[in-house]
Design a protein around this ligand. Structure first.
Ligand code: AMP
Ligand code: GLY
Length: 422
């Protein structure tokens, strides 16, 4: 089969790497891809949101399936459009993508289907006074969220009512986050431990993929600014069989039943961000795609043929597919450009890649220039390693992270430390 993957990050390199192992794949294409994806297929310079160019490419290259990596094309209806062209797509249509594209929608959905989530209220422009009155009644801290897509930056945890009121004012007026902030969700703060769970579904049956924890802040000890993700660990030790059973019963299955009740036909991934409060999983958010860098630890642990699973999704026969998971731990450490998540320089030559051992290197922001690989983004490369324990895997990830060189390289050395010794 000819497969087209949309996206350009570490997640898409991991998809390419895993799909390239399938005997069912004839040719992989990645739009637009990076220097890593080109090891497994052909990069094509098409934007993942350029519907017309994608449709033409699908026809020209006889593409049998499209796998959508990021959320933006899904929210813009790229999956619906490609399906009308007759090509199966891994990724929900615009209606299903609302689970991520509108926090207000996802909160209403969870309330309607009794899926545990933080208490909230939503406000639109013109309702500043109502929002202020609501905020003043909330315990602190209080969480203010732009309802629309805000590249992971639309969530503010406010320690005072004044701060929350000001954040809300800026969002509702369009001053911050533009259109994404014109509806605001104000939410109860949950204190607990975060974990991500991943579901692959054909709309009826589902497979629960390995759990993972990511590390979002730039600094050691989870301090400083938020990033796209600085590292990840899978599995998460506390997510044992009993815990996952609770997640299935109270969250995953009601979510899939709710989608069916809403007549939303959903084929693709659901990434559920959970806060575990006193042992109880509560939903923070849905994403309609895989996580990055979680994919770089989740896919290596899937032993089954990923394309075979995708075929199951496309044909509505996922329940017939075998699914097995490598019991070992996989960790990843993200190498980032100096200055990230603020301003950083690109075009730094990356060297010593051939001196790494027992590592799977997933490129994120990289580009091939002549015979060299250079940095081309904030997050540059995920260094994924297997181990018999978190300690073992992370030791390998860190050793390899120190081997790879580029000017300004930075990475966190404490990924997984909070989960060790358990
Ligand atoms: P979200 O995009 O909704 O997942 O929010 C991004 C991050 O903000 C989450 O991963 C949490 O760390 C934090 N967060 C979101 N909602 C809450 C909440 N209700 N209580 C505490 N932290 C939250
Ligand atoms: N690592 C978090 C995300 O992909 O949204």
């Amino acid at each position: 089969m000819n497969i087209l993957i949309l996206g350009a990050g570490g997640r898409e390199h991991a998809f390419s790497w895993k799909l390239a192992q399938s005997p069912k794949v004839s040719q992989l294409y990645i739009a637009p891809g990076n220097a890593g994806t080109s090891q497994h297929g052909i990069n094509v310079p098409i934007s993942p949101t350029d519907k017309a160019a994608l449709a033409a490419f699908v026809k020209e290259k006889d593409i049998d399936m499209v796998v959508v990596g990021p959320e933006q094309p899904l929210v813009e209806g790229v999956a619906d459009f490609l399906r009308t062209q007759g090509v199966p797509v891994i990724g929900p249509g615009k209606d299903g993508a609302e689970l991520e594209g509108s926090k207000e929608f996802s909160k209403r959905f969870m309330d309607k289907y009794n899926i545990p989530t933080a208490a909230y209220a939503a406000f639109v422009s013109g309702q500043q006074a109502e929002a202020e009155a609501f905020i003043r009644r909330q315990a602190l801290p209080v969480v203010v969220k732009a309802s629309g897509l805000a590249a992971g930056k639309g969530v503010l945890i406010c320690d005072s009512h004044i701060e929350a009121i000001e954040a809300t004012r800026k969002m509702l007026s369009g001053e911050s986050f533009g259109e994404a902030g014109q509806t605001v969700v104000i939410e109860q703060y949950l204190d607990g431990i975060e974990i991500s769970v991943f579901v692959l579904t054909d709309g009826n049956s589902y497979k629960l993929l390995p759990s993972a924890k990511d590390y979002k802040r730039i600094g050691e000890g989870d301090t400083g600014l938020n990033t796209g993700g600085m590292g990840a660990v899978s599995p998460v030790p506390f997510a044992d069989d009993d815990f996952m059973k609770t997640v299935r019963k109270t969250i995953v299955e009601p979510t899939l039943a709710g989608l069916q009740a809403e007549n939303i036909s959903y084929q693709g991934f659901i990434f559920i961000g959970l806060m575990v409060v006193d042992g109880t999983p509560i939903v923070l958010e849905y994403n309609v795609r895989m996580g990055d860098p979680e994919t770089e630890v989740v896919l290596p642990r899937i032993e089954s043929d990923l394309l075979d699973l995708f075929i199951g999704v496309a044909e509505g026969r996922l329940d017939e597919k075998s699914f097995s998971i490598d019991p070992r731990t996989c960790t990843t450490v993200m190498l980032v450009s100096g200055g990230y998540p603020g301003a950083y320089e690109k075009g730094k030559v990356i060297s010593e890649l051939e001196d790494t051992h027992e590592a799977i290197l997933f490129h994120a922001g990289t580009k091939a220039v002549k015979n060299e690989v250079v940095t081309d983004g904030g997050r540059v490369m995920a260094v994924s390693c297997f181990g018999t324990s978190i300690e073992h895997a992370i030791h390998l990830s860190l050793t390899n992270a120190s081997t790879i060189q580029f000017e300004g390289k930075y990475y966190r050395t404490d990924i997984g430390q909070d989960l060790m010794g358990g």
